[in-house]
Design a protein around this ligand. Structure first.
Ligand code: HEM
Length: 502
């Protein structure tokens, strides 16, 4: 007992001493406003109470603080400074106008620690830059809007529609078919190849990709204090998580190996151009010329993994939201369907470049991206001291671009929680982009897969409505659209659907 008291007292004394010296070394910054803070823990205890005790999502707690305070809200979680941005115009002024200072990921974030120097999403520095430049160039080269890529996507959409036809209007969970289609599209973008529908290897990869998403929550208390990170990892059985990640890498290694073997045997050069081949050629060229490069077989593995994760879960979840919103708002569905059939009929192949002829359909997709914003938020880190209006944002502050808060900001969106595609139409009924919607983020870290994602969302929506009416079963008609689940993505409440041929 005595031992425990002395250890506890020593620990408390140590925390106070560390805190005292840390505060003593702080410059006097003019920090943005925020809720009241405890001298030592800042806002950490309140976050712990609301998330771990009351079971609220950390994203919701952070949004509440932001709405109480204003578009730029300052918080502190023990020693970690955090700024929450809940207004797209402020995000633009920081991440575009001061891009040099707001384009890194927080180095202390759990995922950044695990993925430091790997792939692209949580990578930083010259390795990130080289991979980011490559990806941007490749997406431009195989461009979206260009026919060959769109044909590949359309091929998968057609297969998906075929699978839906086989459900014969019966009620089912739409998730597995969407996941199969979307991951197949990613693989075709990376390798130029495709899996057969229901391929057991693809199903294994999908199962793996969907397993540990809960544990990588981005804004909870475990992200800011190392001891909480350790508890979090133990709670989520860190060894099991690691095993799943290693298994995923083994799967991707097998895919890359198969791709390389096929390339060696193949003689047809023109048709088989692909992102992966370009990566391997670039890597070999740099090696041959003795040029320094961050391209390597291991990096390729992490890049493929990142593309599957960043491009898969987001697109799948958005298509799930699209289908749910069609079913929940039959009058909206009728209007989109009428427009789609007027422009494309029931059998002709739609093209993304014709979207200007379907303004209501585009408005509908944008309203889904707002209401069901699948990426509730993303982190940046200040690499130097920065300012915003009269406020300082010190170096190494974590900046949360809180997209969920931006999408629900009553100052920007009238009746924010109402589903109203018309808000994206002008007086002439034409589609009007709204600068307050940052579904794909902004600045140097904005989503490089935006063109691919938008093409997919459009071709799926149009393809489905050319052939089917989407409906919820009678006992699920009162699903609350505002009741999504926060994880690394914001997912719709569980639901099943019927696709009735028209
Ligand atoms: C509806 C679908 C999608 C949405 C809503 C979405 C949204 C986002 C958002 C919000 C970010 C964070 C940017 C930031 O840090 O500020 C991001 C990053 C990223 N996305 Fe997407 N995305 C989607 C689809 C895709 C697809 C299809 C791909 C590629 C296959 C992709 C690849 C990436 C990558 C690699 C990053 C990291 C960029 C970097 O850190 O430099 N995304 N995405």
């Amino acid at each position: 007992m005595v031992n425990f008291v002395s250890i506890a007292s020593a620990a408390v004394l140590l925390i106070i001493t560390i805190f005292y010296f840390w505060r003593k070394n702080q410059k006097n910054y003019r920090l943005p406003p925020g809720p009241t803070q405890n001298v030592i823990f800042g806002n950490l205890m309140e976050l712990i109470y609301s998330t771990l005790i009351k079971g609220e999502s950390p994203f919701i707690k952070l949004a509440q603080w932001a709405f109480q305070t204003g578009p730029i809200c300052y918080l502190r979680f023990f020693r970690q400074r955090v700024v929450v941005i809940s207004d797209a115009r402020v995000a633009q002024r920081l991440c575009v106008n001061q891009a040099d200072k707001f384009s890194e990921r927080p180095p202390g974030l759990l995922l950044s620690r695990v993925l430091k120097d790997k792939g692209i999403v949580f990578n930083d520095g010259p390795s990130w830059k080289e991979h980011r430049t490559f990806l941007t160039h490749e997406f431009r080269k195989y461009g979206f809007g260009k026919q060959s890529m769109e044909q590949r996507i359309q091929y998968v959409v057609d297969e998906y529609l075929h699978q839906i036809t086989k459900t014969n209007g019966l009620v089912h969970d739409p998730h597995p078919n969407i996941a199969t289609a979307v991951y197949n599209i990613i693989w075709t973008v990376i390798s130029g190849d495709q899996f057969k529908w229901g391929d057991p290897f693809l199903q294994k990869v999908i199962k793996n990709l969907e397993t540990n998403l809960q544990a990588v929550e981005l804004t909870g208390p475990h992200n800011y204090v190392t001891i909480l990170t350790v508890f979090h990892l133990l709670w989520h059985n860190f060894l099991h998580l690691w095993k799943i990640t290693l298994m995923r890498l083994v799967y991707f290694k097998q895919l890359i190996g198969k791709f390389k073997k096929y390339q060696k045997q193949s003689t047809n050069s023109e048709e088989e151009e692909s992102m992966m081949l370009d990566y391997l050629v670039k890597m070999q060229d740099a090696k041959n010329c003795g040029e320094p490069t961050y391209f390597s077989e291991t990096q390729l593995l992490w890049l493929v993994s990142d593309l599957f994760i960043a491009g898969g879960e987001t697109t799948i979840t958005t298509i799930r939201w699209i289908l749910l919103c069609l079913a929940l708002y039959p009058e909206v569905q009728e209007r989109v369907q009428q427009e789609v059939t007027e422009v494309f009929g029931r059998d002709s192949t739609p093209a993304y470049c014709q979207r200007t002829h379907t303004p209501y359909t585009e408005a509908f997709i944008n309203e889904v991206l707002r209401m069901g914003g699948v990426t509730p938020g993303m982190w940046r880190n200040t690499s130097q001291d920065a300012t915003y209006e009269n406020y300082d944002i010190p170096k190494n502050t974590w900046v949360l671009l809180h997209f969920y808060a931006m999408n629900n900001n009553q100052d920007q969106w009238e009746d924010a929680r109402k589903f109203k595609p018309e808000r994206f139409l002008n007086d002439e009924g034409m589609f009007c982009k709204n600068e307050n919607l940052l579904a794909f983020s902004i600045g140097r870290r904005e989503c490089p897969g935006q063109g691919l994602a938008q093409t997919e969302l459009y071709l799926f929506t149009v393809g489905i409505l050319q052939k089917f009416k989407v409906a919820l079963p009678n006992d699920e008609k009162n699903i609350d659209v505002n009741n999504g689940q926060f994880g690394i993505t914001y997912t719709p409440p569980h639901h099943r659907l019927q696709f009735i041929a028209v």
